[in-house]
Design a protein around this ligand. Structure first.
Ligand SMILES: Cc1cc2nc3c(=O)[nH]c(=O)nc-3n(C[C@H](O)[C@H](O)[C@H](O)COP(=O)(O)O)c2cc1C
Length: 172
Protein backbone atom coordinates (compact mmCIF):
# COMPACT_ATOMS: atom_id res chain seq x y z
CA UNK A 1 0.00 0.00 0.00
CA UNK A 2 1.33 3.44 -0.77
CA UNK A 3 0.85 6.19 1.77
CA UNK A 4 -2.35 7.70 0.33
CA UNK A 5 -3.95 4.25 0.10
CA UNK A 6 -2.97 3.57 3.70
CA UNK A 7 -4.32 6.92 4.90
CA UNK A 8 -7.58 6.36 3.01
CA UNK A 9 -8.07 2.91 4.45
CA UNK A 10 -7.78 4.13 8.04
CA UNK A 11 -11.22 4.76 9.47
CA UNK A 12 -12.83 5.22 12.87
CA UNK A 13 -13.72 1.67 13.77
CA UNK A 14 -16.72 1.23 16.00
CA UNK A 15 -17.06 -2.55 15.85
CA UNK A 16 -14.40 -5.02 16.95
CA UNK A 17 -13.88 -8.77 16.82
CA UNK A 18 -13.54 -10.61 20.11
CA UNK A 19 -9.94 -11.37 19.26
CA UNK A 20 -6.85 -10.40 21.23
CA UNK A 21 -4.25 -8.13 19.70
CA UNK A 22 -0.75 -9.58 19.64
CA UNK A 23 1.77 -7.85 21.90
CA UNK A 24 4.22 -7.57 18.98
CA UNK A 25 1.67 -5.54 17.03
CA UNK A 26 0.99 -3.32 20.04
CA UNK A 27 4.71 -2.71 20.36
CA UNK A 28 4.88 -1.79 16.68
CA UNK A 29 2.16 0.83 16.98
CA UNK A 30 3.82 2.29 20.07
CA UNK A 31 7.09 2.36 18.14
CA UNK A 32 5.29 4.42 15.49
CA UNK A 33 4.33 6.89 18.22
CA UNK A 34 7.84 6.92 19.63
CA UNK A 35 9.37 8.14 16.38
CA UNK A 36 6.84 10.93 15.83
CA UNK A 37 8.10 14.50 15.58
CA UNK A 38 7.42 17.00 18.35
CA UNK A 39 8.18 20.63 19.07
CA UNK A 40 11.87 20.89 20.06
CA UNK A 41 11.87 17.06 20.02
CA UNK A 42 10.60 17.07 23.60
CA UNK A 43 8.29 14.06 23.05
CA UNK A 44 5.85 15.10 25.79
CA UNK A 45 3.74 11.95 25.78
CA UNK A 46 3.04 8.79 27.70
CA UNK A 47 0.84 5.87 26.72
CA UNK A 48 -0.99 3.42 28.95
CA UNK A 49 -1.94 0.25 27.12
CA UNK A 50 -4.94 -1.29 28.86
CA UNK A 51 -5.66 -4.87 27.87
CA UNK A 52 -4.88 -7.59 30.43
CA UNK A 53 -6.26 -5.87 33.53
CA UNK A 54 -9.94 -6.50 32.79
CA UNK A 55 -11.15 -4.52 35.80
CA UNK A 56 -9.27 -1.48 34.63
CA UNK A 57 -10.38 -2.05 31.03
CA UNK A 58 -13.99 -2.13 32.20
CA UNK A 59 -13.50 1.09 34.10
CA UNK A 60 -11.95 2.78 31.08
CA UNK A 61 -14.86 1.54 28.97
CA UNK A 62 -17.20 3.15 31.49
CA UNK A 63 -15.52 6.52 31.07
CA UNK A 64 -16.98 6.55 27.54
CA UNK A 65 -20.01 4.36 27.76
CA UNK A 66 -20.87 3.06 24.30
CA UNK A 67 -21.60 -0.53 23.31
CA UNK A 68 -19.04 -0.47 20.54
CA UNK A 69 -16.33 0.91 22.82
CA UNK A 70 -16.94 -2.01 25.19
CA UNK A 71 -15.94 -4.35 22.36
CA UNK A 72 -12.45 -2.90 22.06
CA UNK A 73 -9.96 -5.47 23.39
CA UNK A 74 -7.32 -2.77 23.88
CA UNK A 75 -7.58 0.86 24.83
CA UNK A 76 -4.55 3.11 24.71
CA UNK A 77 -4.84 6.06 27.05
CA UNK A 78 -2.82 8.76 25.31
CA UNK A 79 -1.46 11.32 27.73
CA UNK A 80 0.27 14.61 27.12
CA UNK A 81 2.87 15.90 29.52
CA UNK A 82 1.83 19.52 29.80
CA UNK A 83 4.80 20.46 31.97
CA UNK A 84 7.41 19.16 29.55
CA UNK A 85 5.90 20.40 26.30
CA UNK A 86 7.32 23.33 24.41
CA UNK A 87 5.57 26.63 25.12
CA UNK A 88 5.78 29.40 22.54
CA UNK A 89 7.09 32.53 24.22
CA UNK A 90 5.13 35.02 22.13
CA UNK A 91 1.67 33.86 23.19
CA UNK A 92 2.23 31.13 25.77
CA UNK A 93 0.76 28.41 23.55
CA UNK A 94 1.49 25.00 25.03
CA UNK A 95 2.18 22.52 22.20
CA UNK A 96 1.40 19.28 24.04
CA UNK A 97 -1.91 18.75 22.21
CA UNK A 98 -0.24 19.16 18.85
CA UNK A 99 2.63 16.84 19.72
CA UNK A 100 0.49 14.04 21.06
CA UNK A 101 -1.94 14.31 18.18
CA UNK A 102 0.87 13.61 15.74
CA UNK A 103 1.97 10.61 17.79
CA UNK A 104 -1.60 9.31 17.97
CA UNK A 105 -1.98 9.68 14.23
CA UNK A 106 1.18 7.63 13.76
CA UNK A 107 -0.45 4.94 15.89
CA UNK A 108 -3.66 4.93 13.88
CA UNK A 109 -1.80 4.61 10.59
CA UNK A 110 0.60 1.96 11.87
CA UNK A 111 -2.37 0.00 13.21
CA UNK A 112 -4.08 0.18 9.82
CA UNK A 113 -0.92 -1.11 8.20
CA UNK A 114 -1.09 -4.12 10.55
CA UNK A 115 -4.75 -4.87 9.66
CA UNK A 116 -5.87 -3.44 12.99
CA UNK A 117 -8.33 -0.62 13.48
CA UNK A 118 -8.65 2.27 15.89
CA UNK A 119 -10.95 5.06 16.93
CA UNK A 120 -10.01 8.29 18.60
CA UNK A 121 -12.20 9.09 21.58
CA UNK A 122 -11.99 12.51 23.20
CA UNK A 123 -15.56 12.70 24.50
CA UNK A 124 -14.75 10.77 27.68
CA UNK A 125 -14.90 11.58 31.36
CA UNK A 126 -11.42 12.96 31.90
CA UNK A 127 -11.58 13.03 35.70
CA UNK A 128 -12.59 9.38 35.86
CA UNK A 129 -9.64 8.32 33.72
CA UNK A 130 -7.29 10.43 35.83
CA UNK A 131 -8.62 8.74 38.93
CA UNK A 132 -8.55 5.16 37.59
CA UNK A 133 -4.95 5.52 36.43
CA UNK A 134 -3.93 7.68 39.35
CA UNK A 135 -2.37 10.11 36.92
CA UNK A 136 0.02 12.80 38.15
CA UNK A 137 -1.12 16.39 37.61
CA UNK A 138 1.20 16.99 34.66
CA UNK A 139 -0.20 14.10 32.60
CA UNK A 140 -3.33 15.03 30.72
CA UNK A 141 -5.31 12.18 29.15
CA UNK A 142 -5.97 13.68 25.71
CA UNK A 143 -7.54 10.72 23.94
CA UNK A 144 -8.61 7.15 24.47
CA UNK A 145 -7.69 5.11 21.43
CA UNK A 146 -9.59 1.88 20.90
CA UNK A 147 -7.54 -0.79 19.17
CA UNK A 148 -8.51 -4.17 17.81
CA UNK A 149 -9.38 -6.25 14.80
CA UNK A 150 -12.33 -4.74 12.95
CA UNK A 151 -15.41 -6.78 12.18
CA UNK A 152 -15.03 -7.54 8.49
CA UNK A 153 -18.48 -6.38 7.46
CA UNK A 154 -17.94 -3.05 9.21
CA UNK A 155 -14.73 -2.12 7.43
CA UNK A 156 -15.41 1.10 5.61
CA UNK A 157 -13.90 1.02 2.15
CA UNK A 158 -15.35 4.24 0.98
CA UNK A 159 -14.55 7.58 -0.38
CA UNK A 160 -14.44 9.60 2.80
CA UNK A 161 -16.82 12.46 3.41
CA UNK A 162 -14.18 15.12 3.19
CA UNK A 163 -14.03 18.68 1.94
CA UNK A 164 -12.77 19.02 -1.60
CA UNK A 165 -9.20 20.07 -2.33
CA UNK A 166 -10.52 23.42 -3.57
CA UNK A 167 -12.15 24.06 -0.21
CA UNK A 168 -8.96 23.65 1.79
CA UNK A 169 -6.06 25.01 -0.18
CA UNK A 170 -5.04 28.09 -2.02
CA UNK A 171 -1.85 28.58 -4.00
CA UNK A 172 -0.34 32.04 -4.21
C1 LIG B 1 -9.60 14.65 18.05
C2 LIG B 1 -10.68 13.63 17.71
C3 LIG B 1 -11.63 13.30 18.64
C4 LIG B 1 -12.59 12.32 18.36
N1 LIG B 1 -13.46 11.92 19.34
C5 LIG B 1 -14.36 10.96 19.07
C6 LIG B 1 -15.24 10.49 20.08
O1 LIG B 1 -15.22 10.92 21.23
N2 LIG B 1 -16.13 9.50 19.75
C7 LIG B 1 -16.17 8.95 18.50
O2 LIG B 1 -16.98 8.05 18.27
N3 LIG B 1 -15.34 9.38 17.51
C8 LIG B 1 -14.43 10.36 17.77
N4 LIG B 1 -13.58 10.78 16.78
C9 LIG B 1 -13.64 10.17 15.43
C10 LIG B 1 -14.21 11.15 14.39
O3 LIG B 1 -15.60 11.20 14.54
C11 LIG B 1 -13.79 10.68 13.00
O4 LIG B 1 -12.40 10.72 12.89
C12 LIG B 1 -14.41 11.52 11.87
O5 LIG B 1 -15.80 11.41 11.86
C13 LIG B 1 -13.89 11.07 10.50
O6 LIG B 1 -14.16 9.71 10.26
P1 LIG B 1 -12.99 8.67 9.97
O7 LIG B 1 -12.05 8.67 11.16
O8 LIG B 1 -13.69 7.33 9.82
O9 LIG B 1 -12.28 9.09 8.73
C14 LIG B 1 -12.60 11.72 17.07
C15 LIG B 1 -11.63 12.07 16.13
C16 LIG B 1 -10.66 12.99 16.45
C17 LIG B 1 -9.58 13.30 15.43
Amino acid sequence: MNFIELAKSRFSCRSYLDKPVENEKIMQVIEAARIAPSACNIQPWYFYVIKDDKDLLNKIHESYYRDWFNEAPVVIVCCADVNQAWVRKEDGKNHSDIDISIAIDHITLAATDLDLATCWVCNFYVDKVKEYLNLPEHLEPVALLSLGYPKEDKIKKMEKGRKSIDDIVEFW
